[in-house]
Design a protein around this ligand. Structure first.
Ligand code: FES
Length: 106
């Protein structure tokens, strides 16, 4: 799917994310600075925090207990649409979705 990453500094990057990749993986592979992904995607660092748009929210499964635990530790403001991008696996239904990235990750 085509996913747009909107960084806090206003930079917008649209990436063609392979199905099955996490949205964190695609961001780091494309040099998007607003996502760190320090733990490599094992839901243990909260530096891949993002805010999902309505399209993504409508197709995503609810966060796991582990994701909810880590969301309690995000550096930036936690919002109702906060998710960890390493826990979002790309599917075709996400095409056209946008992730807004927080001002800080640590
Ligand atoms: Fe560490 Fe997502 S990359 S929690």
């Amino acid at each position: 799917p085509q996913i747009t990453y909107l960084e806090a500094n206003g930079n917008s990057t649209t990436v063609d994310v392979p199905d099955g990749w996490s949205l964190m993986q695609a961001a780091t592979a494309n040099g998007i600075d607003g996502i760190l992904g320090e733990c490599g995607g094992s839901c243990a660092c909260a530096t891949c925090h993002c805010y999902v748009d309505d399209l993504l929210a409508s197709v995503l499964p609810a966060p796991s207990a582990g994701e909810l635990d880590m969301l309690a530790n995000v550096a930036a403001e936690r919002r109702p649409n906060s998710r960890l991008s390493c826990q979002i696996k790309a599917t075709a239904a996400m095409n056209g979705g946008t992730l807004t990235l927080p001002e800080c990750q640590e």
